[in-house]
Design a binder for this molecule. Structure first.
Ligand code: ADP
Length: 545
């Protein structure tokens, strides 16, 4: 049907728009970094962007072409923020790599992404140097304060110095062009790449700043993302803070509770964000020494990545008067998908009702839509009891994985993304995660693949069959529990299983418990019935802690 076209400027939603605003309006605002040697480095947006421009020019000089993937294996620091701006602005793709992964997964990801250049923190070099020959990149750049780079590597500070601001140019042709890439291990099988566009990045940055259904981030805020910048764009906070001109306080690799509380106190941080495991440690420390730290500057602490237990949310509020905001999201959703806040209709509700509401995963962020469907694809009512798979769509939700045709079943024919989270939605739209259909375990905010562990354990000479399930853990939220059926006459200990797996997996992947059973329940289709296993061994059919 013919329609009358609107007559507005097709203003490109790209990272350049954030850059120009930040530089114009907030050049003097602070970017503070806790360096590896615990020196506090003070910079400003003006300096960060000046260096980002030099870096961009230097990368063009190095032959970087639009669309090239450039990896960062780095903690949160001013350098990382410079790369957040420099790489997408010259049309290349900022590929943030999770430095907690096992070298095998790392080399898979570098090769799948085909990264041309890799930036690596000097403190992380021992992880990368041994697999140098398995990384396709032309150059590896060592990021530090300017110490000479080891032979065969480039120096970050030299690169910045070599770039001329006059030679820098934005090379973004289209807002739909890729800006960033992040791999998720939160699915069965190999890690999958989520390729963010400039448009999705800018819209998500706005969504995060939104006061209603977002995080209400404003210019006067001092934002300290504890969540690493390699986790889903630091949950979008580096972009949102820059756009709003809020100061940033970047904790580097010092993520222990003492260092974080000292940083929040000395820098008067107003917003911080992290996974439940980090909060458990911080709450414990505050409880032990309530007088030692001043947390009065905190407006709120964002928690996501796993469900926050009621005791933690209450503990912070009742004993330390610090508010938590609970959010849900995924790598595939940039990540912000929903935020849990008590709306005005709860203004007169008692505290119990308000807590119960905040503990849910919340209502969808504006521009994100939700629905739930059962196994047959029937849409389910929002009645608080019907449980089905959550599907979402929106301008910052993935429509496919990067170079991975096998995973098409995660995307519906009518344009929704299947999250693998099994949820209920109540009549007001508050979503509660009840379980997961994806066969993965989330430990301390990081994914562990049950299937990869099972396959490996089944290679043990004493084992006939093995299943791995997540068991609740007070510190890590979930930990792997290996369930095995032994071959006749064989015995097996947990230590033996761990030793057998150790060469192939990161140490935090190794199971914490072993159960030897007579048989593992199977479905008619021959799959493990993990819900049944959890019920039998843990006394619960659900994963909620
Ligand atoms: P993120 O770093 O945002 O957690 P991931 O892609 O690693 O992103 O993980 C997304 C998954 O983590 C979700 O599908 C869900 O299973 C789980 N998750 C995220 N936030 C929450 C939450 N608030 N409560 C419970 N589970 C959550």
């Amino acid at each position: 049907m013919a329609y009358l076209e609107g007559l507005m400027i097709d203003y490109p939603l790209d990272v350049g728009a954030i850059w120009r605003r930040t530089e114009r309006y907030f050049p003097g605002k602070a970017v503070v970094s806790n360096l590896p040697d615990r020196t506090i480095h003070r910079s400003t947006y003006g300096e960060v962007l000046d260096r980002a421009a030099r870096l961009g020019a230097a990368l063009i000089e190095l032959g970087v072409e639009p669309g090239d993937r450039i990896a960062t294996v780095m903690w949160n620091s001013y350098h990382h923020l410079e790369l957040y701006f420099a790489i997408p602005s010259i049309g290349a793709v900022l590929h943030t790599v999770n430095l907690r992964l096992h070298p095998q997964d790392l080399s898979y990801i570098f090769n799948h992404a085909d990264d041309q250049i890799v930036f690596v923190d000097r403190t992380v070099l021992p992880l990368i140097a041994p697999i140098r020959d398995r990384i396709p990149a032309r150059e590896i750049v060592v990021v530090d304060e300017g110490e000479p780079a080891p032979p065969g590597f480039l120096s970050y500070q030299d690169l910045v110095q070599s770039g001329s601001r006059a030679r820098f140019q934005f090379r973004i042709e289209d807002e739909r062009q890729a800006a960033a890439l992040c791999y998720t291990s939160g699915t069965t099988g190999r890690p999958k790449g989520v390729l963010y566009s400039h448009r999705s990045t800018v819209l998500h940055a706005l969504g995060v700043t939104n006061a209603e259904g977002g995080l209400g981030l404003v210019e006067s805020d001092i934002v300290s993302p504890m969540v690493p910048m390699f986790h889903v764009n630091g949950w979008g906070l580096p972009w949102s803070a820059s756009l709003q001109g809020a100061s940033q306080v970047l904790p580097g690799r010092h993520l222990d509770p003492t260092s974080l509380l000292e940083l929040f106190q000395s820098e008067r941080v107003t917003i911080t964000a992290g996974v439940p495991t980090v909060w458990f440690g911080i709450l414990k420390l505050l409880d032990e020494a309530p007088e030692r730290y001043d947390v009065s500057s905190l407006r709120y602490m964002l928690v996501g990545g796993a469900a926050v237990p009621a005791s933690v949310l209450r503990g912070f509020w009742e004993r330390h008067r610090v508010r938590m905001i609970h959010a849900w999201g995924m790598t595939e959703t940039s990540p912000l998908g929903s935020v849990s806040t008590a709306r005005s209709d709860l203004a007169d509700a008692d505290e119990e009702t308000r807590f119960a509401t905040i503990l849910t995963q919340g209502q969808a962020t504006p521009l994100v839509e939700m629905r739930i469907r059962d196994d047959e694809g029937r849409e389910l009512p929002w009645d608080g009891t019907s449980q089905g798979e959550l599907e979402v769509r929106g301008p910052w939700v993935a429509r496919s994985y990067y170079r991975d045709e096998a995973a098409v079943d995660r995307f519906t024919d009518d344009g929704w993304f299947r999250t693998g989270d099994l949820v209920t939605l109540d009549s007001r739209g508050y979503m509660t995660i009840q379980d997961r259909s994806k066969d993965v375990i989330k430990s301390g905010g990081e994914w562990i693949s049950s299937v990869a562990l099972e396959n490996a354990i089944m290679g043990h000479p004493s084992v006939m069959e093995a299943a791995v399930i997540g068991m609740p853990d007070p510190r890590w939220v979930e930990r792997p529990l290996a369930v095995v059926v032994l071959k006749p006459g064989e015995t097996l200990t947990l230590e033996a299983v761990r030793e057998f797996l150790r060469p192939h997996f990161a140490s935090w992947w190794l199971p914490d418990r072993l159960e030897v059973v007579e048989a593992i329940p199977h479905s008619a289709a021959g799959k493990f019935q993990k819900t049944e296993l959890r019920r039998l061994l843990l006394g619960t059919a659900e994963r909620r802690s």
